[in-house]
Design a protein around this ligand. Sequence first.
Ligand code: MNH
Length: 491
Amino acid sequence: MTEPLAPEDFPGPPGLPFIGNVRAIDLAQPIESLMSLAREYGPIFKLTPPGGISAVVSGVDLVSEICDDARFDKVITAGLSILAEGPVDAGLFTAHTDDPMWARAHGLLMAPFSMQAMRDYMPAMIDIADQLMDKWDRLNPGEEIDVPADMTRLTLDTIALCGFGYRFNSFYRETPHPFVQAMVRVLDETQTRQRQPPIQTRLKIRAQRQFEEDQAYMASLVDDLIRERRAMGDAADNTDLLGRMITGVDKQTGLTLPDENIRAQCITFLVAGHETTSGLLSFAIYFLLEHPEYLDRAREEVDRVLGGTLQPTFDQVRELTYIRQVLDEALRLWPTAAGFRRHAKEDTVIGGGRYAIPKDLAMMVLSPMLHRDRSIWGEDADEFNPDHTTPERMSTIPPNAYKPFGTGQRACIGRQFALQEAVLVLGMLLQRFELIKDPSYRLHTKVTLTVKPADLFIQVRPRADRTIDKAEPVTVSAQAQTKPGSAVGNA
Ligand code: MNH
């Protein structure tokens, strides 16, 4: 048997002294750069940025191996762990797997994110979706829509209302709610710090002060909501995520969550739950406009299932299976969380003994490349076609070939939530509007924590061939939801 290759001997772009191969990555298009490196160097390649070697993995077999939770675990990146500093405690996303608070919160939150619980979030999801519909309905002919911007308003407001009964009212503002401004600054600063040496971070006193102020502001807003909710006692409607965290118990330990942890989870849901879903909706709209034949098919389904229904029901949303395929396919080509990081728990080898993996080596699973494997998706793997993601086909692909929501115990907890929201909104949009593309648009992406289409503008026209039923508009605040809680979990 041949000796396994050490990471420094993995294939990869040549590095320069000191700066390594940062030049191989185009900072304006980092994901596309990594994808073209993967095309050149194969299923696993090394990068040698100044911070030390890391590996980028996109071959199905290798990815499958490192998805094994018994041997590998999630890497909490330096960037993300900054989020857990100061007043912002570690939420699910940034906590280490062996942190008992991760296990407790994960256990307790399974039920609130289960399929059963999704029914209860429908009224609030529809409330915000209606605001988007109204906005687009009232545009004058020729007015342009900044798709990712409106989708971000929608997803932020949705998670805040379903999460803790709070309204950012993003559709009624030109500038974002102060909480959102603080959150965006914190995330930007987090990214900046990742790219600069620690000494520079310490020298930037103004930035540090702003960072602390922003974190304190976010914490205090959420703390107020927790305090108000606790003060309401039994009178509170606790069917939202906050209520379920306050009243919930982790079955494993029998323990509840302390308030600092609940606060961290609320902030985590906002951060993790808005850009990803907003990017997904934006990509889906982009792809449908590029492919009128699939747009027609999606609209046929919407007309058949929803007809003129003003407010889709939970069951109707579940019936929009082609819309779901469209979204699954958009996530295949452009998973909006474009990767996740893993490391070995002990020194090991992968690939049938070919690659030595020391336990501190950070490996990034590059999902957009993983998802374009021709042996799985066929010769047209790079093309958008919702037939790739029919339920029949999805049930036959290898278990780790499609990973837009990460993997194993550290997989996305908000998956059902995101997909229900996205199916609902895309369905309602197609039900109401004809989408008009800008023929000169060429897809390019913008990467922050997530990836989304950049500069995507469209126009819409209310559909002339359909009418939507008129009814008394239903107003919902999370505190006035009609449904009693059914906190029954399907862990
Ligand atoms: Mn989400 C983890 C993708 C929507 C809350 N999410 C992850 C991971 C991926 C991911 C990938 C794993 C990251 C890693 O291993 O480092 N998430 C998505 C995508 C969408 C999404 C593509 C939408 C589309 N996520 C949401 C929504 C919420 C949410 C909506 C909340 C309401 N996600 C989380 C949380 C985690 C997570 C919380 C961390 C879970 C854990 O580690 O316990």
